[in-house]
Design a protein around this ligand. Structure first.
Ligand code: DAH
Length: 339
């Protein structure tokens, strides 16, 4: 048995020395050390030896086994390293090749202007709130003092989804939702999309954007309205821009105004952009109608407020001298990449 063991060991070690790759090493491992391997077979015969022979033989078998295992591990490591080296050689990367340019996204011009507006109002202490684009008749009209038969409904051609459900025509709906959920003092803006069944042309789109503003507290007057909106216009258009408050009408405000600024294109001389008037209308505003306050459970004897609705699209097209509002919605990358 001793002799057979010695022969096996020599044979196995020679095989390892001659192995050409990892696969052959594996085969040797199975052949000698596997469950049915030849060295394993000798180990299994140990039971037939006498008690004196057993420990002597056991030691010999174990040391032969250890020697073979070590040789196999060493050879296997060698082959792995060689393979890795070869792979690295084959895979050399030419770091001098020019790279593909990475395209970095940009904000849509509407978002750039909106972010500026949010900054301006936040610096004046306004919170930003959100409201649903699908509204009920109550929030979009009724609670804003526009009952069903009111002629002002004709000013805003509405997309109806169901009898009582519509796409909001104005962000003013957010005023009502805010007053239902908060107690004065209230100072919020609500930016968002609005929808009207308008014909599409260079200045009209069925989807556009407004920023609603609402301030309600004790002793709020028209002076506060003028101060806030003048400040806003100066920050957006520059200090040398003139701001004009024109009497107007909205069912939810009394008195109501519209605000014009000097045309940034011609500085007030009159041009194509301002249709020769020298002014550009940027928003509607007014003192919140007592009926609107009352509909939201706020006592108009105790509190007053002002509200405004700014058109974001007009502000964006005038700032960037964009001649057609449709460009804002077409998502043509050649157009958008300019900003
Ligand atoms: N909702 C008006 C519109 O779409 C704009 C507006 C006017 C909003 C006066 C207001 C306001 O909050 O007080 O034309």
């Amino acid at each position: 048995m001793k002799q057979k063991l010695e022969e096996l060991k020599v044979l196995a070690l020679a095989a390892v020395a001659e192995a050409k790759d990892e696969k052959q090493i594996d085969e040797i491992r199975v052949k000698y050390l596997g469950k049915k391997g030849e060295l394993t077979a000798i180990l299994k015969q140990m039971g037939s030896l006498s008690p004196e022979e057993r420990p002597v033989m056991g030691q010999l078998v174990n040391s032969a086994k250890a020697e073979l295992e070590e040789a196999i591990a060493k050879a296997s490591k060698n082959f792995k390293e060689k393979a890795a080296e070869e792979r690295l050689k084959a895979e050399t990367i030419d770091v001098t090749l020019p790279s593909k340019p990475a395209t970095v996204g940009k904000l849509h011009p509407l978002n750039t202007v909106l972010n500026d507006m949010i900054d301006i109002f936040q610096s004046m202490g306004f919170d930003v709130v959100d409201g649903p684009e699908v509204e009920t008749d109550f929030y979009n009209f009724e609670a804003l003092n526009v009952p069903a038969d009111h002629p002002a409904r004709d000013m805003q051609d509405t997309f109806y989804l169901a009898e009582n459900l519509l796409l909001r025509t104005q962000t003013s709906a957010a005023q009502i939702r805010t007053m239902e959920n908060r107690k004065p003092p209230i100072k919020i803006i609500c930016p968002g999309r609005v929808y009207r069944a308008d014909e599409v042309d260079a200045t009209h789109s069925p989807v556009f954007h407004q920023i609603e503003g609402l301030v309600v507290d004790k002793n709020i007057t028209m002076c506060d309205l003028k101060g806030v909106l003048e400040q806003f216009a100066h920050e957006i258009y520059g200090k040398d821009t003139e701001v004009k408050f024109r009497p107007s009408f909205f069912p939810f405000t009394e008195p109501s105004v519209e605000v014009d600024v000097t045309c940034s294109e011609c500085k007030g001389k009159g041009c194509r952009v301002c249709k020769g008037s020298g002014w550009i209308e940027i928003l509607g505003a007014g003192m919140v109608h007592p009926r609107v306050l009352k509909a939201c459970g706020i006592d108009p004897e105790e509190y007053t407020g002002f509200a405004f609705g700014i058109g974001l699209d007009r502000l964006t097209t005038t700032r960037y001298k964009i001649s057609d509002i449709r460009l804002l919605f077409e998502n043509d990358l050649r157009f958008l990449k300019q900003f």
